[in-house]
Design a protein around this ligand. Structure first.
Ligand SMILES: CC(C)(COP(=O)(O)OP(=O)(O)OC[C@H]1O[C@@H](n2cnc3c(N)ncnc32)[C@H](O)[C@@H]1OP(=O)(O)O)[C@@H](O)C(=O)NCCC(=O)NCCS
Length: 189
């Protein structure tokens, strides 16, 4: 059974491990090989420990916790860091989904959808009326976000380990969209 719940400090190592695993598998060929090979569970765990030690930042971090395997996915959100140019200007408070990752063996089982729903609920609870998410333009999982009602609203260039990459932004105005609710199992997140 998989439960979506808010992350705790004790999840730092598990989140760091899932982040390294998912980046190395999802971004091969999209981000520099050296950078991916150089990612370290220990370094990422330390970064998560810092994030999860802050009360405000840790509010926006959720994990998918499998009763046998432990943390198999995670996501994070908070105030927007880079507002895409294509928002229509009527948004009052814009939040952002910073990260969303599910371990390869657990993908396509509805976990990403449940995590995204928990993040949207958190953003709503914090008073945001719009959510944006930036991702690599070449990432095939953009269809995941389009399927869940995300509207493409921006582009930017980012740099990873000296390599320029194109990114695109998606936005959601209705953070209670029926599409999100349709297949949800209750999880008390
Ligand atoms: C993208 C990701 C978070 C989705 O999580 P997931 O648990 O695999 O997705 P779900 O099982 O909840 O899928 C929800 C819907 O999206 C669809 N979907 C999932 N991945 C998809 C993909 N790569 N392309 C097209 N549709 C996809 C599913 O078919 C499902 O639709 P349905 O309910 O109508 O059948 C996960 O696959 C992942 O971590 N991928 C690798 C890392 C990555 O690229 N993350 C995004 C960074 S911004």
């Amino acid at each position: 059974m998989i439960r979506i719940r808010r992350a705790q400090l004790a999840d730092s190592s598990a989140i760091g491990r899932v982040q390294v695993e998912t980046w190395q598998s999802a971004y091969a060929g999209l981000l520099p090989d050296d950078m991916l090979a150089g990612m370290s569970d220990v370094r990422h765990a330390a970064m998560w420990m810092q994030t999860l030690s802050h009360k405000t930042e840790s509010r926006g971090v959720f994990v998918a916790d499998d009763s046998d395997m432990g943390v198999v996915g995670f996501g994070s959100c908070g105030p927007v860091r880079d507002t895409p140019e294509g928002l229509d200007g009527t948004e009052v408070r814009v939040g952002e989904v910073y990260l969303l990752y599910v371990e390869p063996d657990f993908q396509n089982q509805g976990i990403g959808r449940r995590l995204l729903d928990a993040l949207f609920r958190q953003l709503r609870a914090d008073g945001f009326d719009t959510a944006v998410l930036w991702m690599l333009a070449d990432n095939p999982t953009r269809f995941f976000y389009e399927g869940l009602g995300g509207r493409r609203v921006g582009e930017r260039e980012d740099t990873f380990a000296g390599t320029d990459v194109d990114e695109v932004a998606y936005a959601w105005r209705d953070l209670e969209a029926p599409l999100m609710r349709r297949k949800l199992a209750p999880d008390g997140a």
